[in-house]
Design a protein around this ligand. Structure first.
Ligand SMILES: *[C@@H]1O[C@H](CO)[C@@H](O)[C@H](O)[C@H]1NC(C)=O
Length: 269
């Protein structure tokens, strides 16, 4: 027997009982002239009462529930959830569904979930769309979380006002958007910074230039000295080499002829 049949039965029963004077209690039904106890929530009717026996009720099976005093012969099936329950199904409650993070309920009982396509700085705004049998289908629209002059700080999860660069006499390096604050700079500081950079660059350049000039000059000087021709007259035993470089005078005494009072060779350049 399904739900609609049970409802039909209840209707027939209530129709039948209203015709007679009500003698039974609040949580009783008159059946065949007897006042039968109704079944409490969490149970269903197993057997009507009789002259001798009370009503027999049975607890709902797992996944089924009844939330009222009833004389239904079955329990109702719990809500089916595609992604999980926010409240679990019990013998007396149907439970409620919820969608996982990043998803949104597609209708009022959340029997369907859909992906949340909004950006981190946006909120999904629900626009209810009514449809059949008490089931309301939801449509969503993404709306910014923050107001126009604000940005959404993702780390702190709050809206913060955007810095107005011009208000502080500053210029805007990066204009802010939905998730970032504006980045300002002071044009004067910027100019000063440029000057300092240029100065340092100039000093470095001239330093390296002078080092280069000094190096090449000294190298040339040394080479020049080395190339200065020195005429050495071959000597047999030993040479006395006296040089006077400053004056460019070279004096060579040739030993060989010293003893024999030979000629003294004087080489002047
Ligand atoms: C906002 O600006 C930052 C850089 O300043 C950028 O990385 C980011 O993608 C921008 N966001 C939007 C939504 O335009």
């Amino acid at each position: 027997m399904d739900c609609s049949m049970a409802i039909l039965l209840l209707c027939v029963l209530s129709f039948w009982t209203t015709g007679q004077a009500r003698r039974c209690g609040d949580r009783q039904e008159e059946i065949d002239g007897h006042c039968c106890d109704m079944c409490p929530p969490g149970t269903f009717l197993e057997k009507y009462c009789s002259e001798v026996d009370q009503t027999v009720c049975s607890p709902c099976k797992e996944g089924y529930y009844s939330d009222k005093y009833n004389i239904f012969t079955i329990c109702e099936e719990c809500q089916q959830c595609p992604q999980g329950y926010s409240e679990k199904c019990t013998s007396t409650t149907s439970g409620t569904c919820s969608c996982q993070s990043g998803f949104l309920c597609s209708n009022n009982n959340c029997s369907k979930c859909e992906k949340n396509n909004c950006q981190i700085w946006e909120n999904p705004k629900r626009t209810g769309v009514s449809s059949d049998f008490g089931l309301t289908t939801y449509l969503y629209k993404c709306e910014p979380k923050c107001r126009g002059h604000e940005y959404f700080d993702v780390k702190e999860d709050i809206c913060k006002p955007r810095t107005q660069c011009s208000a502080g006499g500053l210029a805007e390096r990066i204009s802010g958007n939905e998730t970032h604050n504006s980045v300002c700079y002071s044009p004067e500081t910027q100019r000063g910074f440029t000057y300092v950079t240029l100065c340092i660059g100039f000093v470095l350049l001239s330093l390296s230039l002078s080092v280069f000039v000094l190096y090449t000059c000294s190298k040339k000087l040394r080479k020049h000295k080395a190339n200065k021709p020195v005429q050495v007259v071959p000597a047999k035993t030993s040479d006395f080499h006296l040089s006077k470089e400053e004056s460019g005078v070279q004096l060579t005494i040739q030993d060989e002829y010293k003893d024999s009072s030979g000629p003294l060779h004087l080489d002047i350049r």
